[in-house]
Design a protein around this ligand. Structure first.
Ligand code: R5P
Length: 310
């Protein structure tokens, strides 16, 4: 067992913490969290961890309700004596409002990243939505480590899909679609997307004929309203393709998005387990554990903020 590391979890993230502790061969510690009758939060750290690195498993999907408990739990780990506190959030929220598109808009990516950078000593995540920012270091001031779903997605496609052609819905997707295509030994194409509103997406397609005898595999980082994939399926169906396999790294699925995707003609919908969901079929825990090791090793002299915050 690796005694230098201890894994804590926030309420609701027990499964992630268990998987991580197993992959890291580390002890699991406890932090008690409960609501007072007035809705405020009570937090108590239970497992002393003097001088050890604390890994806090807390997926920040639906972040607004998570952020205050997160701040308290990080403090609990520091009170217990943690040397440094590393957050493992397989899905990193607030990455899509990455520019001021209309006058007066708040670039929430920047506010959120500042808040997290002031709270934890390091961050491990998977495929954050990097579009107008090319790396997390542009907005995060703490060490970060980014894992990629592409190798595991490519392995899943190799094992489950006959004659795949990988389809990315927009220019941002080229980064992972090309990597997956190369690793899966499959051709890939990238479409072009214009988003006019949350649920209003238009997809433009290049000539689709060359790969019509292949099984289309749509791959995106996030499936939220699923409008991007639903529009893409419409074009593929019109071009005479077979029903597509739809793969998302992050299973956000807002409202009835999954039903809509199935109704639109998806043959199957598969996601990585960065957000717990019945469609999870691709496990990225190993990549998160590697990320924790690499982040701690490459920042060995990083000192946590524990002294001033106990
Ligand atoms: C955005 O550009 C992302 O890469 C995804 O394409 C997008 O988040 C998917 O959103 P939705 O499922 O709502 O169309």
């Amino acid at each position: 067992m690796d005694d230098s590391v201890i894994v804590f979890d926030m309420p609701g993230h027990e499964a992630l913490a268990e998987r991580l502790a197993r992959a890291l061969d580390a002890e699991q510690g406890a932090i008690s969290v409960r609501q007072f009758p007035d809705g405020e939060t009570y937090v108590r750290g239970d497992t002393p961890c003097e001088g050890r690195d604390a890994v806090l498993a807390a997926n920040l999907f639906q972040p607004n309700a998570q952020i205050l408990p997160l701040i308290y739990c990080v403090r609990a780990a520091r009170v217990l004596g943690a040397r440094r506190v590393v957050l493992v959030s397989p899905y990193l929220p607030y990455m899509r409002q990455d520019a001021r598109f209309q006058p007066g808009e708040v670039v929430t990516s920047r506010i959120f990243s500042r808040l997290l950078s002031n709270t934890v000593d390091g961050l491990v995540t998977i495929d954050p939505h990097l579009h107008r920012f090319s790396q997390l270091g542009e907005i995060y001031s703490i060490p970060t480590w980014v894992g990629h779903a592409a190798p595991a997605v490519a392995a899943w496609i190799r094992a489950h899909v006959d004659r795949p052609v990988i389809v990315g819905p927009d220019s941002e997707s080229e980064q992972w679609v090309s990597a997956i295509g190369d690793e899966a030994g499959a051709p890939w194409i990238v479409l072009s997307k214009t988003r006019r509103g949350d649920r209003d997406v238009e997809i433009q397609v290049p000539p689709l004929e060359p790969w019509r005898s292949h099984t289309p595999v749509l791959v995106d980082d996030i499936i939220s309203t699923a409008r991007t994939m639903i529009e893409t399926i419409g074009h593929l169906t019109a071009a005479g393709y077979a029903a597509p396999v739809c793969i998302g790294a992050h299973a956000v699925f807002a409202g009835d998005a999954l039903d809509g995707l199935n109704r639109a003609g998806a043959a199957t919908v598969v996601t990585c387990n960065t957000i717990e969901h019945p469609t999870n079929a691709i496990d990225l825990t190993g990549s998160l554990a590697d990320g924790v090791h690499k982040l701690l090793e490459t920042n060995a002299d990083l000192v946590g903020a524990q002294e001033e915050s106990r």
